[in-house]
Design a binder for this molecule. Structure first.
Ligand code: AP5
Length: 229
């Protein structure tokens, strides 16, 4: 039997929280962001999920984004910044939000800084999940995703109750288009070149917390909860 939510969710805390998850593809940003979003009852804002939904719906944004995503390249900053500017002003963000996959470049981080100044808001923490490349590749090759609710599973580490089906809505699970080994390797190169500089950017601002991402999902969650306590 696969494990359900492997982490015990403690009492909901009415606390404002604005967090960024940084980390390479497959590090576990989405997995941890979903757990924290539940704990703090604030939205997980995954730019990857937003773009995949646009692709699924065949919108202009989706058609444009697909060209980049299928190659493992980043979608242009202007597109992403526009999405975030609109999203963080929605009602469900009033108590905070968790960014999963944003910002990914220095211009995105700078645009976010300016948006937050205008809204008179600040960040609480930037959690950088650190995992070796060989482990990332194994995690991505075993990942299965629900195309309807975006729940994420792993065939070995976090399997669904019924093989191949989402626990929540029983939709058949899929592998993402950008999970081919060649695309994943390019995503890692892109991460190192364009996103890794954000580690120093946020370290200098005193916001960065390094998370050992090679532990179990439960142990990582506890480490993060300790940082945010
Ligand atoms: P996006 O969807 O953000 O993908 P990513 O950052 O590459 O990250 P992943 O979703 O692959 O991994 P994750 O860290 O969330 O890991 P997960 O929790 O799933 O972006 C996709 C594309 O969209 C980009 O390439 C780009 O083209 C575009 N894009 C998105 N945002 C953009 C932006 N801001 N700017 C420009 N372009 C943008 O876990 C992975 C697997 O491991 C799962 O199977 C999980 O169950 C398992 N797992 C998790 N934790 C553990 C653990 N501790 N032990 C064992 N297994 C684990």
């Amino acid at each position: 039997m696969g494990k359900r939510y492997p982490v015990q969710i403690h009492a909901r805390l009415p606390r404002l929280m604005r967090i960024i998850f940084l980390g390479p593809p497959g590090a576990g940003k989405g997995t941890q962001a979903k757990l924290l979003a539940k704990k703090y009852t604030i939205p997980q804002i995954s730019t990857g999920d937003i773009l995949r939904e646009a692709i699924r719906q065949g919108t202009l944004l989706g058609l444009e984004a697909k060209k980049f995503m299928d190659k493992g390249e980043l979608v242009p900053d202007t597109v992403i910044i526009g999405i975030i500017r609109q999203r963080i002003q929605e009602q469900d963000c009033k108590n905070g939000f968790i960014f999963d996959g944003f910002p990914r470049t220095i211009p995105q981080a700078e645009a976010l800084r300016k948006m937050l100044v205008l809204l008179n808001l600040s960040l609480d923490a930037v959690l950088s999940i650190v995992v070796k490349d060989e482990i990332l590749i194994k995690r991505i090759s075993g990942r299965r995703t629900c195309p309807v609710c975006n729940a994420v599973y792993h065939i070995l580490h976090n399997p669904p109750r019924m093989p191949g089906l989402c626990d929540r809505d029983h939709t058949p699970l899929i592998q993402r288009n950008d999970e081919k080994e060649e695309t994943v390797r390019n995503r890692l190169v892109v991460y190192k070149k364009q996103t890794q500089p954000l580690i120093d950017y946020y370290k200098k601002q005193g916001l960065l917390k390094e998370v050992d991402g090679e532990q179990t999902i439960e142990a990582i969650y506890s480490q993060i909860a300790g940082f945010l306590a």
